[in-house]
Design a protein around this ligand. Sequence first.
Ligand SMILES: [Zn+2]
Length: 519
Amino acid sequence: MAIFRRAGPGRARLASQTVLSLLAVSAVAAPPPSASSTLIVNAVVIDGTGAARRSACVRVRGDRIAEVGRLSPVPGEAVVDGKGLVLAPGFVDTHSHGDHGILDHPDALGAVSQGISTIVGGQDGGSPWPLSDFFGKLERAHAAVNVAAYAGHGRIRRTVMGDDFRRPARPEELARMKELLAQELRAGALGLSTGLEYDPGIFSAPSEVVELARVAAPAGGRYISHVRSEDRNFWAAIDETIAIGREAKIPVQVSHLKLAMRSLWGQADRLIATFERARAEGVDITADIYPYLYWQSTLTVLFPERNFEDRPTAELVLREISTPEDLLLGTFAPEPSYAGQTLAEIAKGRGTDAPATLMALIREALEYERRTGQDAESVIGTSMSEPDLERLMAWKHANICTDGELDGRHPRGFGTYPRVLGRYVRERKVLTLEEAIRKMTSLAAANVGLRDRGMIRPGAFADLVLLDPATVIDRATTQEPRAPSVGIAKVWVNGGLVYDAGSATGNRPGRVLRREPQS
Ligand SMILES: [Zn+2]
């Protein structure tokens, strides 16, 4: 952070000197006068398609990219010196929880400081309700980033069934859910999201989800899912997702792809083969993934049968999914001092063994939630393996996402994209830089159905990031989840500069991105 701040003024001075010297040159060349525009010079363009990098200038006029190539500044034009850095399309975060915090954090520092220009919310079955209200508020408040959203199945199910959701929906309830989904699609939802490992989605019959996906499909909507199990019933959950794609004729995206159980480790190739088989049969299945071996969720999600007092299940969880040393409380409202402690530490302090402590914490959290109506806990668990992560990240149809919040406890909210670029591109060479950027931009936009974003080409929206591939890296950790990354120099959204020299600029050119009719 300090390095960026010190570099800031110097960079600005250099840019204005460049303006003067380049203006002198262009006065001689006498090109046609131009409407107010910005020319980014001395950058290495990686256009987001996967094509090789090339030296080129990019002219931005208004909210769009006007020209790309060998260009000279025209009179009155602002010139930005790219200083040999990489200019890429702004990153499209296809699985973000930033929709929860964006009205409180309209500068979206966690997002823009890692190069994100568009966040896609309404994930895991939860969405702002109704979307028309949320979109309206956002358009009045103005945010630094673009925001799109799915309509959440869980939100719709809860609205229709209230607290009586621990059962399949009745036909009249399903009919009402379809009406509400249609309403959200009319408001501009990208499609239907589910969180089938969470309440109330976990109690839905597979046919309920298929029926709802059939409402989204003809409207050009898509399906995105936190699948019914990321561990014990994983393969059935993947089969269900593929079946939804096949039966509802809808593109399906698996959210935050992972093999989150020790006995699943090493099966990344089997998973990719399963996806490829489905694709060969005509199911448009894709995925998003974040670059961490640990997730953040709730303690209750670890008990799919919701049998929180079942000791053998607690033992299985701590053996197969996350050890007591690797299970870190993010928040715990009944006893706030537990935040930042592992289950092993808490168990030691309480003088009970780890399975008994896990069961007791859930009991206390549920009691707190009953009393206050507030969420009581969150937890970070380490369940994935590095070789699986690298194999899955490299799958051609997997794009990068954060699954992060703007102000959350998991470092992915600030570190995801720089971590991919620094750790997985530069250090471990899992991806080329061009391929990583494709997975952050054009592939991401395609996987959620956004048009004219995620590519540097004339006519596309001017969402751009200028980054240093030699230094870019994440700094956020579980202990310091909001530590800013290094190596992201500038970020533009719709042609407006939103992040520069380590700080949000205060500009808020972000837009609500509503689903567009299919071409
Ligand atoms: Zn999720």
